[in-house]
Design a protein around this ligand. Structure first.
Ligand code: C5P
Length: 378
């Protein structure tokens, strides 16, 4: 709620009776600047059970409990929140949080499927420590990540749900190739562009698997995150996830070479000159995937960072990799790596060229999904 109010949104809080056991109405009132709305029978002359939903630009239910999802899926209107959900014609975002067993129960899964089929965005919960000693899927995603998805939905009120029912895989970050237990060959990729793609795909209704190499950002809400370290680990993870994927977008910066051997113990500093480091080639994961095409109609997208002759180098790389689309970044002058903005040219095997001017990584992510969605078989 603070993230919304601090960004200038007018927030009305509708806590359920159970929510008030955790955070009381005065706290909500003080933080939102409006009385918390809890009762269908309060201020009846203002018809709050209809007005709240009708006037909202977005409804966010966070955390969404198993009970709330069940009531929403069956269209109950037994409190002010469920009545609001029935009258809302704006996007509705649910961020479920509950114990793993409750989340995985077929009843909850059926309710989630119903809500998604009606156009609601229901995030998959994060995986991690739950309220007890247990851990697993069921954790509420980080507030900043829920807010990021919400901001996307608000930005594009008519956001297409054109990835609903699709599984997409995004690689993010940069691989690290160990020299010894404490040192590695790596690169400066932060994972920001990959995570922006994951968020954008979640907001467009996709089931999203992110293969994250050494990313120090909060997990994107609603996405499954598989962590890897090296290029070889990334290759295994991509192969597994791509088997069921409709699209694979390879944003990660993958090391082309790795040390031929990694020392099991820390390499010592000696008075003698250091030994040269022998390197061997890593597999080209993108080229392998584009060649094997584990799933018919799968759309494969690569990224390329170029410093010069962007178009010619990009075209040659697109052909060499065999991908359907290549997102070419001009790098240098501190652009792209670690920044929040990005500009790119999207090259298609059909000869298409689309320039995406410098803007947020979220904006570029949406342009990429527009191009992917247009290529997905019906
Ligand atoms: O050849 P280059 O490294 O410029 O290609 C970049 C693209 O290829 C990115 O999409 C990157 O994820 C992918 N790549 C890969 N495996 C490698 C090297 C790059 O999948 N070994």
């Amino acid at each position: 709620m603070r993230l919304f109010t601090e960004s200038g949104y007018d927030v009305r809080v509708v806590p359920t009776a159970s929510a008030l056991r955790f955070v009381g109405a005065p706290t909500w009132a003080a933080l939102s600047g409006h009385p918390a709305q809890t009762d269908v029978w309060a201020d009846v002359h203002e018809v709050p059970h209809v007005r709240l939903g009708q006037s909202a630009d977005l409804v966010v239910v966070a955390p969404a409990t198993a009970d709330l999802l069940a009531r929403a899926a069956t269209g109950r209107a037994d409190d002010l929140l469920t009545a609001t959900l029935l009258t809302a014609r704006c996007p509705v975002l649910y961020a479920p949080a509950m114990h793993t067993e409750m989340w995985e129960h077929p009843a909850t899964q059926a309710n989630v499927a119903t809500l998604r089929a009606r156009g609601a965005v229901v995030l998959d919960p994060a995986v991690g420590r739950l309220t007890g000693a247990d851990s697993g899927p069921g954790r509420l995603p980080e507030p900043s990540e829920i807010f990021a998805i919400a901001a996307t939905l608000l930005d594009r009120a008519a956001l297409p749900q054109d990835l609903a029912g699709r599984h997409v895989v995004v690689t993010a970050g940069g691989t690290r190739e160990p020299l010894d237990p404490v040192r590695f060959l790596g690169n400066r990729s932060s994972g920001r562009q990959g995570y922006a793609l994951a968020r954008a795909a979640v907001a467009r209704g996709a089931e999203v698997t992110v293969i994250a190499a050494n990313v120090a950002l909060p997990d994107p809400a609603g996405a499954k995150v598989v962590r890897v370290g090296t290029a070889l680990e990334m290759r295994d993870a991509v192969r597994e996830a791509a088997a069921t994927a409709d699209a694979v977008v390879m944003v990660a910066a993958v090391a082309d070479f790795r040390p031929a051997t990694a020392s099991a113990t820390k390499i010592k500093k000696t008075s003698a000159d250091p030994d040269p480091v022998e390197l061997v080639r890593n597999p080209d994961i993108l080229a392998e995937l584009a060649h094997d095409r584990p799933r018919p109609g799968q759309v494969v997208v690569g990224f390329a960072a170029e410093t010069d002759d962007v178009l010619a180098n990009g075209r040659a790389k697109l052909a060499a990799k065999g991908a359907d689309l290549l997102v070419v970044n001009e790098v240098g002058e501190a652009r792209a790596f670690g920044t929040t903005d990005n500009a790119a040219t999207l090259l298609g095997t059909d000869g298409s060229v689309l320039d995406v001017p410098l803007g947020s990584k979220d904006r570029l992510a949406d342009a990429i999904w527009d191009a992917v969605a247009a290529r997905l078989p019906g």
